[in-house]
Design a protein around this ligand. Structure first.
Ligand SMILES: Nc1ncnc2c1ncn2[C@@H]1O[C@H](COP(=O)(O)OP(=O)(O)O)[C@@H](O)[C@H]1O
Ligand SMILES: CC(=O)OP(=O)(O)O
Ligand SMILES: [Mg+2]
Length: 400
């Protein structure tokens, strides 16, 4: 069985095609800059050379049509026909309280994803476009959705409730949901395997540090707390998102700067974080480069970002009354040795001892970056949300 996994963002579509029996990736790639004349498709077929094409791709239906075309093309394809795709799995960021597990798409599921647009404005509308594009381009093919929120549905009420009038929860379901759950779950399972210990006995802190960033406290394989909240804005400082701030800043800034609700929301989601403090970029690679060249604002942005990760690690060690291992994953967590080093150097109170050579070497592989003597292990585990989505889709389609 072949399964196509789609992670549709507002202006991009990432995809991976899996052969489930052989557990292989047949192809992967991404379409970026959707909506522009110079959209770019980067396609990496297994066993053939990578290709990139620039063309006008104005919306998600055309983007997915282009992906399907290249998957069957003579020169760059890996399938004879689209009919060889048996099912499609989608990443969906917000599933609210309705979805504790992955599900097959039907009219009710689509209605619920739409109802949650307000709570994940950067993500859910794009996922819905992806689902519709598959319906148009591949009618009748079963689709499954895998929610970022599902893994965190195990949090106890003292962790997921906010100390505000309960009517907000009862009437409007205002609570902490948490995101990146597929990634936190995957790296927790891999960490247990790597350590050679049962997941049920481990206290893990998983740090998904990418464009969006979140930490999770994973006790015995179950999420008991996480830093993102009602929406993916709370918690750590991110590329363009502020993360935690005093809620009183919102009405104060609105009054002082004469901002509307949508303007302040856009400020906190799209024009804050690394981008705002550095005045330079939301990309950690550029921040580190500028910092090393002596740029003060880039250094301040880096310090704030790193400090907040360290504060959450301390909080979650307290929440679980201890920690066995800390895991770094996602774009920054997997690749930025300088960030990991700065975080670990200030965690000696936990008995953490960084091995600088291990931290520097072996990019892209699962590894420990602490010494044998370190009482808490720090691991780097490349995440694989797409494989988790493919596995869930496979089980759902087989059970149907
Ligand atoms: N070598 C690197 N050093 C530091 N940061 C990196 C490196 N490679 C990628 N990144 C960071 O990873 C981020 C993207 O992470 P990723 O997990 O792919 O995000 P998303 O899935 O949200 O698009 C980029 O913004 C970039 O800052
Ligand atoms: C939920 C979230 O923030 O996702 P991403 O990191 O892909 O933006
Ligand atoms: Mg991501």
């Amino acid at each position: 069985m072949n399964i196509l996994v789609i992670n549709a963002g507002s202006s991009s579509v990432k995809y991976q095609l899996f052969n489930m029996k052989q557990e292989t990736v047949l192809a992967k790639g991404r379409v970026e800059r959707i909506g522009m004349e110079t959209a770019i498709l980067v396609h990496e077929p297994a066993g053939k050379s990578d290709v990139s094409e620039v063309s006008e791709i104005l919306e998600h239906t055309s983007a997915i049509r282009r992906v399907l075309d290249i998957l069957v093309s003579k020169d760059h394809g890996v399938l004879d026909s689209i009919d060889q795709i048996d099912a499609v799995g989608h990443r969906v960021v917000h599933g609210g309280e309705s979805f504790k597990n992955s599900v097959l798409v039907d009219e009710d599921v689509k209605k619920e994803i739409r109802r949650l647009f307000d709570l994940a404005p950067l993500h859910n509308p794009a996922h819905m476009l992806g689902i519709t594009a598959v319906e148009v381009n591949m009618p009748g093919v079963p689709q499954a959705v895998v929610f970022d929120t599902a893994f965190h549905q195990t949090m106890p009420s003292h962790a997921y409730l906010y100390p505000v009038p309960m009517a907000l929860y009862r009437k409007h379901k205002v609570r902490r949901y948490g995101f990146h759950g597929t990634s936190h779950k995957y790296v927790s399972e891999r960490a247990a395997k790597f350590l050679g210990r049962p997941l049920e006995q481990l206290k893990l802190i998983t740090c998904h540090i990418g464009n969006g960033c979140s930490c999770a406290a994973v006790l015995g394989g179950v999420s008991v707390d996480t830093s993102m909240g009602l929406t993916p804005l709370e918690g750590l400082m991110m590329g363009t998102r502020s993360g935690d701030l005093d809620p009183a800043i919102v009405p104060y800034a609105m009054a002082k700067e004469d901002l509307t609700l949508s303007e302040i929301s856009s400020m906190l989601n799209k024009h804050s974080g690394l981008q705002a403090i550095s005045g330079l970029s939301s990309d950690m690679r550029e921040i580190v480069e500028a910092m090393e060249a002596g740029d003060k604002n880039a250094a301040l942005a880096f310090d704030m970002y790193e400090y907040r990760i360290r504060k959450y690690i301390g909080a979650y060690a307290a929440a679980m009354n201890g920690v066995d291992a800390i895991v770094f994953t996602a774009g920054v967590g997997e690749n930025s040795e300088v960030l990991r080093k700065k975080v670990c150097q200030q965690l000696t109170y936990l008995g953490i001892e960084l091995d600088e050579e291990r931290n520097r070497s072996g990019r892209g592989t699962e590894k420990a970056i602490t010494t044998e003597a370190s009482s808490v292990q720090v691991l780097v585990i490349p995440t694989n949300e797409e494989w988790m989505i493919a596995m869930d889709t496979y089980s759902l389609v087989q059970a149907d």
